[in-house]
Design a protein around this ligand. Sequence first.
Ligand code: NAP
Length: 260
Amino acid sequence: MDLGIAGKTALVCASSKGLGLGCARALAEAGVDLIMNARGADALEAAAATIRDDFGVNVITVACDATTPEGQAELIAAAQGVDILVTNAGGPPPGIWTDWERDDFISAFDLSCLAPIALMKALMPAMIDTGWGRVVNITSMTVKAPAIPPLALSNTARAALTGYVATVSRQVAPQGVTVNNLLPGFHATDRMDFLDTATGDAQGTDMATARTARQQAVPARRYGTIDEFGATCAFMCSQQAGFMVGQNILLDGGQIESTI
Ligand code: NAP
């Protein structure tokens, strides 16, 4: 399918690896020029070089922390006039309710709520001026249901972003800008390698055993791929998705058992 976005430009945050990389690659395949970001410059440059070779699009890299005011200032300066914004970063740490004090919640909000809001606030006005824009925020399946017990900190901050998007997406839709959230279930990334290794260690088994058990709990009986995730993101940024406003699109292999 021709997504109708060739020649447009996207800022894809946290995109040297994992889900962000999947989104960057799918947008590049659709002919979109990229501004890619991650903290680590080496992996970022390697990912950007591969995308230039594979798809022939222009790629600028900005190595910075997308969740700090300083990093956001660098990104905003480099991304003036972008047509597409994909927000992403790591998630808040796991724990239980007795672990966290006020500062932990402030950090989680900076990471998972206020960082995407700052980028939207800075970059959507130019989209509104041109009458066309797409924003996709990568959040989590736990926004729909608390499927992972230790993630209350993440669930709290991501719920706040979800509420913001629900309102603001309706305010910018008349100007041709769509804002939606993409909710990953378990996907095969470095993050899942880390989580499965930690689970295996905690259970006295190993990563492969922990992974098999986790995958058995997914109706699709596997993890999603970053290519599947990226393709969904690219569709949400397409011309064809212009009527999709304020939605939370779940990509989880059927794990969250709800109809709505
Ligand atoms: P990942 O494989 O660990 O990749 C993270 C990417 O983001 C890397 O490129 C990393 O590069 C970059 N990054 C991390 N923090 C950053 C920051 N502060 N500023 C700029 N770049 C940053 O993670 P992932 O699995 O793709 O997960 C992405 C998001 O989806 C996370 O918020 C995660 O909680 C959420 N999620 C993932 C899953 C899953 O199954 N994978 C499920 C639900 C939710 P550097 O380290 O060099 O910065």
